[in-house]
Design a binder for this molecule. Structure first.
Ligand SMILES: *Cc1c(COP(=O)(O)O)cnc(C)c1O
Length: 456
């Protein structure tokens, strides 16, 4: 590789053929999900109405590696392996001795990392004869990824899009419709729960928790319909590890190992996808990167939430998950990083954070957009609002290197482009953007809603 490389590419033949499961490598497994009625660990039968058996098995597998089916690889090949970039122009603008790398997932059809799991989820459902998938979407990224994936296997797709984002991002809806999906603004008048909320407040902003409740209710009522979740669960993080496996090979090609790895965390999937293969190397003593989650100050799940069992959705229909949570009824302010507006966290990322294997930091949205703008003006790519959090953390780290004179290697999860998030940039550029950081009072009120489970 030439000394002055900007982009590190892998040959098509280097596409990983297995996903990596970090659980067997951890000192202890994450606590299991609990059935909300019995408070016993939820078994495969409890999850069967919502998910295909193959995904349920992946959720609990003890194997370190899971083969990626050929029918999935054929679709992933449309955009994978994805490029790793060295952000030399950003480094220069920051006048830092640090080396900044970013693994770019915006090259997928939907423009984010989400198709990495949407495709296998649609594939396994299709294999088991399911004809329709339902889901929620916040920023619209997951809904468009699943719409694209369902189109690949000729399946119907129905999406509940959080009302605030439905209003802010009309083109995401069009994109989902282009791929054949049906899109509802959530709360919708399709479900009992949605109708109840709309009666109370016709201008409801919605939330991911509410949209999940609606999509789950519709899937649970029809045997040919199942539900797909774009983040949080073990099998989703498993599918995303293809990102980190590629990045490991790409950094090896240029003879680098990361000192710091940063990724934004909404439900934890792009962060887990990039970081878990590196954590495997760290746990085996082969490298020692600091690994850091970055979350919005408006929804600081890891840094301010409590680590306890809570519902994944607002209507309390899902199993109880042990995770860092702000409370299932918490509705974050409508910040522009819609994909990071979730009250909970992946139980696996929460567990790894609890074990002290990763760090977390929260950053306000104006600092993130400032970093995103600097990134766009130097590197050219307009980042989605979510990864501007990772970029802001990388910028902080690079500026610390400028102070200390260290030339650390920083690896950043650049999980999507922002071409359909221009209203957010417009708000920033016009000076209208305000920071909506969570206040102590709002935090206390949100946490008081978490169920108290004396038995767990
Ligand atoms: C969905 C999404 C996120 C948040 O989800 P994670 O599971 O935490 O990755 C972040 N960035 C983008 C671009 C997304 O689409």
């Amino acid at each position: 590789m030439a000394e002055d490389y900007y982009r590190v590419s892998l040959a098509d033949s280097e596409l990983p053929t297995q996903w990596y499961n970090i659980i067997p490598d951890l000192p202890s497994p994450p606590p299991p999900p609990l059935h909300p009625g019995t408070l016993e660990p939820a078994g495969p039968d409890d999850l069967a109405p919502l998910f295909p058996m193959e995904l349920i098995m992946q959720e609990v597998t003890g194997e370190s590696y899971v083969d990626i089916p050929g029918g999935v690889l054929d679709v992933l090949r449309l955009w994978r392996p994805s490029p790793l970039f060295r952000a030399r122009r950003l480094e220069k603008a920051l006048d830092t001795p640090a080396k900044i790398f970013y693994k770019y997932e915006g090259v997928s059809p939907a423009g984010s990392h989400k198709p990495n799991t949407a495709v296998p989820q649609a594939y396994y459902n299709h294999q088991e004869g399911v004809s329709r998938l339902t889901t929620e979407t916040g920023a619209g990224q997951w809904g468009s990824a699943l719409a694209f994936a369902c189109a690949q296997y000729n399946m119907a797709c129905e999406v509940w899009q959080v009302a605030a984002s439905y209003r802010q991002k009309p083109y995401r809806k069009t994109m989902m419709e282009i791929w054949g999906a049906k899109v509802h603004s959530s709360p919708s008048d399709v479900t009992d729960y949605g109708r109840k909320l709309r009666a109370e407040n016709p201008d409801h902003d919605g939330s991911l928790g509410i949209a999940i409740s609606e999509a789950v209710a519709v899937a649970g009522a029809d045997p040919n319909t199942r539900y797909a979740l774009g983040s949080v669960l073990n099998h989703v993080l498993l599918h995303q590890t293809i990102i980190g496996e590629e990045a490991l090979k790409q950094l090896a090609l240029v003879g680098e190992t990361p000192d710091v790895l940063v990724g934004c965390t909404g439900g934890g999937s792009n962060f887990g996808g990039l970081s878990f293969p590196f954590l495997r190397e760290k746990l085996a003593g082969r490298m020692n990167p600091t690994v850091r989650c970055v979350e919005p100050a408006a929804c600081p799940t890891l840094t301010k939430g409590e680590y306890r069992y809570d519902f994944g959705d607002t209507a309390q229909m899902t199993p109880l998950l042990k995770m860092h949570t702000l409370g299932h009824s918490f509705i974050p302010d409508p910040i522009h990083a819609g994909g990071l507006r979730y009250h909970g966290m992946s139980p696996l990322v929460s567990h790894i954070y609890d074990l002290g294997l990763v760090e977390a930091v929260s950053i306000s949205q104006s600092e993130c957009f400032a970093a995103g703008l600097q990134f766009a003006r130097t590197e050219g790519i307009v980042p989605a609002p979510e990864p501007t959090h990772a970029i802001a953390a990388a910028v902080r780290e690079a500026l610390a290197c400028k102070e200390s004179g260290e030339s650390k290697v920083i690896l950043t999860a650049m999980c999507g482009h922002g071409h359909l998030d221009l209203a957010a940039y417009e708000s920033y550029l016009s000076g209208a953007m305000v920071d909506l950081d969570l206040s102590e009072e709002a935090l206390a009120a949100a946490l008081s809603q978490v169920p108290t489970l004396a038995t767990v």
